[in-house]
Design a binder for this molecule. Structure first.
Ligand code: ADP
Ligand code: MG
Length: 633
């Protein structure tokens, strides 16, 4: 007798369920997707004990008549595709026709559904895949699905579940994704009888993000100017430079309305952020990619979490360039904040007087700050932990400032605030950079230096802290990069040329990229079929192992796309070396040196983070200060 047998329908469903139903969150995901596909405007999700004991999803979507209600529990029953060709143009979230039968085969399942306009609905009870009852149902129009005792008939599966809290947080994560993807749908989430989430219909994505994650996060985001390039539409929000997370949990990307994970997308984002992202950190994104369904295959993962692009490098390049442009555009709005410490925001200085800071005497005997040789002599005030910027004899005013006297009851007229009040803070045309030639026009004020590292400044919104070391790194980085792009980098001959053995395909590659390497200040030429000679290195590089450095360069460049490669090559080398040239934390800078540093920083393309993605400045707004001091709740 043959050993092969057909599996019973029941076992086959349980096997299929293994792919689709991994945990309570996957049940919620499938049910909510069905509700969205059914055109629901309001979806309520209820779980008990992490969804292990109960999950209930209630929607006000189309509902089903009795025939459909019975059919939807069959395997491979779907209303969303009919022929194989339809797979190439999927516009719904579901299409596999597997979720409901799979879920019903591993739980105690109840479906209650009623089309709009029908007087009566249908209720079906199923346990472990077997229909127990079909009867008339009296629930509201729409569909309700209740899933109890998940995996009650598969103890082995049940053992893989984590704690109730962990399972609940996975459910919540999925709901967040769905809620972001569909701001026009109201979501309610009830966890163990407590309402955990109540999201009204949102007119705009920004409103939904705020309702979900708070104003603070929204303030850290910047909206992408929606673009369409080569049939690829990109829109949404991304984190400003320096905003990052240690996990990918907030790197949210939708492709045609579906939240997905995809390495190509990850690369594109990383490439776009490049130096604006700390090593090992992940960007915060709420990105929406729209494209012809024919150029993206959504049928590559049973839980439909992954997609495959027909032209991955196009997706990657478009993403990288959109991100880069968006980040660079944020510079404008930052600069504006430094142009006018106007009484903007919730607290006008009349209520919270701007603290008077005395003018800092100039020290003309010292040379003005030049970023490239920034090591300066120590100031007499160096020993104080809070170091005022006046190295010379303090005026009575400035001594007051050090002792932090209470501000007088009446607001002190602040000359810069007065001047600024003629320039509305929201005025889009006021750009700090436009007036950067004139130091008096830059209306940020330096208050002092904290711990010989952090420059304290006042601007329109309140307090700004600048990490002078990180700031200088950013400035040097961009200067060197510019030099590289325009003139090429000065190189220094090696006393002894080095030989670099390379594999034939690397040799080919070197041949094609000689020009870039030479611009970088690397003297390199072919020596033999698989040997190259290096006789010069960029003069600003100090390395004990030039061969290693060149190899690293080659690897880095090879992994970059054609479009970004040249830039990438230079940036990485520069980022690694500027640290050694930058102002050290303890270097004491004088007022005009600091002013120059800040001005140079603000003139950078990406002023808010150093080349390693660490922030260069932190804003503490009046609002935040008021909260901290309990003036505002
Ligand atoms: P798929 O979503 O891949 O089509 P499912 O097993 O998830 O497969 O659902 C089967 C069918 O049941 C769907 O195609 C749809 O017609 C119907 N259905 C499921 N859930 C709902 C719902 N909440 N409202 C209306 N129809 C639904
Ligand atoms: Mg489905």
């Amino acid at each position: 007798m043959g050993r092969i047998q057909l599996l019973s329908e029941e076992v086959a469903s349980q096997v299929a369920a293994g792919e689709v139903v991994e945990r309570p969150a996957s049940v919620v995901k499938e049910l909510v997707e069905n509700s969205l596909d059914a055109g629901a405007r309001r979806i309520e999700v209820l779980i008990r004990r992490g969804g292990i004991s109960q999950i209930k999803v209630v929607d006000d979507g189309s509902g089903m008549d009795r025939d459909d209600a019975l059919l939807c529990l069959e395997r491979h029953a779907t209303s969303k595709i009919r022929t194989g060709n339809d797979l190439a143009s999927i516009a719904t979230l579901g299409f596999r026709g597997e979720a409901l039968p799979s879920i019903a085969s591993v739980s105690r399942f109840r479906l209650s559904t009623r089309p709009h306009g029908e007087e009566e609905g249908t209720e079906i009870l199923v346990s472990g895949g077997k229909i127990d009852a079909v009867r008339a149902g009296g629930d509201a129009p729409g569909t309700q699905i209740e899933v109890r005792s998940l995996f009650y008939n598969l103890p082995a599966r049940r053992k893989f579940l984590r704690t109730e809290n962990t399972e609940a947080s996975h459910v919540e994560h999925h709901l967040h994704l769905q809620a972001i993807g569909h701001p026009g749908v109201a979501f309610i989430f009830v966890k163990d009888d407590r309402t955990a989430l109540q999201l009204p219909v949102a007119a705009r994505l920004a409103d939904r993000i705020r309702d979900l994650s708070g104003t603070e996060l929204v303030e850290q985001l910047v909206e992408i100017e929606p673009i369409e390039q080569a049939g690829l539409r990109v829109s949404g929000f991304i984190g400003k430079p320096g905003v990052s997370r240690s996990t990918r949990a907030q790197q949210i990307v939708f492709v045609n309305g579906r939240a997905i994970e995809n390495p190509t997308v990850n690369y594109g984002l990383r490439e776009g952020y490049h130096t604006a992202l700390m090593k090992g950190q992940h960007p915060v994104t709420f990105l929406f990619l729209e494209m012809d369904p024919a150029v993206v295959d959504v049928n590559v993962h049973p839980a439909k979490r992954e997609v495959r692009f027909r032209d991955p490098s196009l997706v990657r390049e478009v993403l990288a360039s959109v991100i880069r442009k968006t980040l660079e555009a944020t510079r404008q709005s930052w600069s504006r904040q430094f142009a006018a410490p106007a009484p903007s925001g919730p607290t006008p200085p009349q209520r919270l007087p701007v603290f008077p800071v005395s003018p800092i005497p100039e020290t003309p005997e010292r040379s003005p700050f030049r970023p490239s040789d920034a090591r300066m002599g120590a100031s007499p005030a160096e020993l104080s932990p809070f170091q005022p910027v006046e190295p010379t004899a303090p005026t009575p005013d400035s001594r007051d400032a050090h002792q932090l006297p209470l501000p007088p009851a009446a607001a002190i007229p602040d000359p810069s605030a007065e001047k600024a009040s003629s320039v509305p803070a929201e005025n889009g045309t006021t750009d700090f950079l436009a007036s950067s030639g004139n130091p008096e026009a830059s209306d940020f004020r330096i208050l002092g230096v904290l711990g010989k590292l952090y420059v304290l400044m006042e601007n329109a919104n309140g307090l700004v802290l600048v990490d002078q070391h990180a700031a200088h790194e950013r400035i040097l980085f961009e200067q060197l990069r510019n030099r590289m792009e325009t003139r090429g980098v000065a190189s220094q001959r090696l006393l002894m040329p080095l030989t670099l053995p390379v594999a034939p395909r690397d040799s080919d590659w070197l041949d094609r990229n000689l020009d870039t390497l030479q611009r970088m200040g690397i003297g390199i030429e072919q020596f033999g079929p698989s040997t190259w000679k290096i006789d010069a290195l960029p003069s600003f590089i100090k390395t004990g192992d030039p061969l290693q450095l060149v190899r690293q360069l080659i690897d880095d460049l090879r992994s970059a796309t054609a479009q970004t490669s040249k830039l990438r090559l230079g940036e990485d080398v520069i980022a690694k070396t500027v640290c050694r040239h930058a102002v050290k934390a303890n270097d004491v800078l004088r007022r005009e040196e600091l002013m120059q540093l800040i001005r140079d920083l603000l003139a950078c393309e990406l002023p808010y983070c150093c080349p390693h993605g660490r922030p260069t400045m932190i804003q503490m707004s009046y609002g935040e200060l008021e909260k901290k001091f309990g003036r505002k709740v």
